[in-house]
Design a protein around this ligand. Structure first.
Ligand code: SAH
Length: 485
């Protein structure tokens, strides 16, 4: 079988600025070869092997030749290879060169276009790249021209009527402004510099051609950034939108399609995921007793039980003589979704007399910890913690919609990450989760409503009230404890 290489544009940074085809290709991939500017939030949900060619551990970039060779090698192994590039692959992304190399090597490939930062990055800062009153063309120019040995034709560039957008130009900002002024552009021409456009750390400044360098230095802006020159920049104050959670980088547990993720992103937050535990099916024996009470501790416990039931040639009718108790409302709901009505909620002390005919199904380690149940325990699955390679210092808060999510993050973290986590605001969507976080030693635990629609506003209110605070005192934790009670 011969492989296939897709040169895929990842868009400017926000993980939702991806084409539908790019999303599908990423889900189908065997291996993803990605660049430095790729937002890790895009990579986390993928199951493919990930190869970072942007920066090696010793900080040497992988050469273009090595990348080309790697793509050919992987394709010849029969793999579906994604070459993931920021923005659009063909806009200063060497997509053309890689395509030529693949073509010459006889490897099948395609280009999946992406949303270029050269357009979307401007929009994110309130600058439309064209406008009937201000610019009837745009010109995307590399500021890194020296590397290619070419000199830009400044005479030509300076006299363009349309918007000028320089990529890779931050080191040359002084030279760019100098050349434009020298070739006749008025010193008062509006200029904007937008760093990390569409990422949570997006920053933008605006000034005139002769002052922009000073302003950029004052604010400490650097690469990656777009330099925008032209009248459209004057629209920035009018059109730049600030959403309530703009600039907030939040972490939440992974879910394929999540309303919470959508709500937070819609309010301007940049949301990334941490991984959930891996659940492994366990081989278990059928209960060797007459039908009695079956206690279902979680939806997952039942999923694995049900799978085994079906594999053994039975179905839900096998349960008809059992009394079914669910450990919590979540499980009641999950059972209902499968057409099963639980007979009630499990209360630990109620079973004293019928304990001999009671069976509890659940996760192996959870069941071991459940010492107050004396009936038969059946572990239907085992949960395995998954490492969480997350730079927690890059986040403003974590959201825990459930208690298992707390375990998933803590169990996958290294000790130094746990220390960082202890200092990070943790927004918990329920009182039990609140208690769990405090027990786990987390210091900044904030109870928010359990209704998904209300979470963004609660987080916004917290950040408003605590702007700039580094650490929340014990009083605050106690206050929240009393609110939650
Ligand atoms: N193919 C990419 C550009 C790659 S060249 C695209 O279509 O967007 C890399 C340069 O692009 C950076 O030096 C910077 O000038 C610009 N760039 C890419 N993403 C950016 C972002 N999110 N914010 C600001 N500049 C960005």
């Amino acid at each position: 079988m011969s492989g296939f290489v897709s040169l895929v544009g990842a868009g400017p940074g926000n993980p939702e600025l991806l084409t539908v085809l790019a999303k599908r290709r990423l889900a189908e991939a065997d291996v993803v070869v990605y660049d430095r500017l790729i937002n890790s939030a895009l990579l986390m949900p993928l199951t493919a092997e990930l190869i970072n060619v942007g920066k090696q551990p010793e900080h040497h970039r992988v050469s273009q030749y090595q990348i080309n060779q790697l793509l050919v090698k992987l394709a010849r192994q029969g793999k579906r290879v994604i070459r993931l590039k920021s923005g659009d692959p063909d806009v200063f992304g060497r997509g053309g060169e890689e395509s030529q190399f693949l073509h010459a090597a006889g490897v099948d490939f395609e280009v999946v276009p992406g949303i270029t930062s050269a357009i979307a990055g401007l929009a994110a800062a309130g600058i439309p790249i064209t406008h009937r009153e201000f610019a009837s063309s745009f010109h995307v120019i590399t500021g890194h021209h020296k590397a290619g040995g070419h000199q830009l034709n400044w005479e030509n560039i300076a006299h363009q009527e349309g918007t000028l957008v320089f990529l890779m130009g931050m080191k040359e900002l002084g030279e760019i402004t100098h050349q434009l002024i020298n070739h006749g552009r008025p010193k008062t021409t509006p200029v904007a510099v937008i760093q990390w456009a569409t990422h949570w750390k997006q920053r933008a400044v605006r000034a005139d051609l002769d002052t922009i360098e000073t302003v950029v230095n004052q604010h400490g802006l650097g690469a990656p950034a777009l330099i925008v020159v032209g009248k459209v920049v004057s629209l920035m104050p009018e059109l730049a939108l600030t959403k309530p959670l703009a600039g907030r980088h939040l972490l939440m547990p992974f879910k394929e399609s999540s309303k919470l993720f959508a709500n937070l992103q819609d309010q301007g937050a940049a949301v990334a995921f941490f991984k959930r535990r891996q659940n492994l099916a366990l081989d278990f024996d059928w209960p060797q007793i007459q039908p009695g009470t079956l206690i279902v501790t979680s939806p997952t416990a039942f999923t694995f039980f049900e799978r085994r039931l079906l594999a053994a040639g039975y179905d839900h009718r096998w349960l008809s003589d059992w009394r079914l108790l669910a450990a919590n409302q979540l499980t009641v709901k999950a059972l209902k979704a499968r057409g099963i009505s639980a007979d009630g909620l499990y209360e630990p002390n109620q079973l004293a007399r019928s304990v001999a005919s009671s069976v509890m199904i659940g996760e192996a380690a959870d069941l071991k910890r459940t010492t107050d149940f004396k009936g038969q325990k059946i572990a239907t699955y085992r949960a395995v913690a998954v490492p969480q390679p997350i730079e927690l210092s890059q986040f403003h808060g974590v959201i825990f919609p459930s208690s298992p999510a707390v375990d998933d993050l803590l169990n996958g973290c290294q000790p130094e990450q746990i220390t960082q986590l202890a200092d990070l605001p943790c927004f918990v969507m329920g009182r039990r989760i609140f208690e769990k976080c405090l027990t786990a030693g987390l210091q900044r635990v904030i109870l928010v409503p359990s209704q998904i629609d209300k979470v963004p506003a609660a987080i916004e209110a917290y950040f408003k009230a605590n702007a700039g605070s580094v650490r929340v005192s014990c009083e605050e934790i106690n206050r929240e404890r009393s609110i939650s009670n």
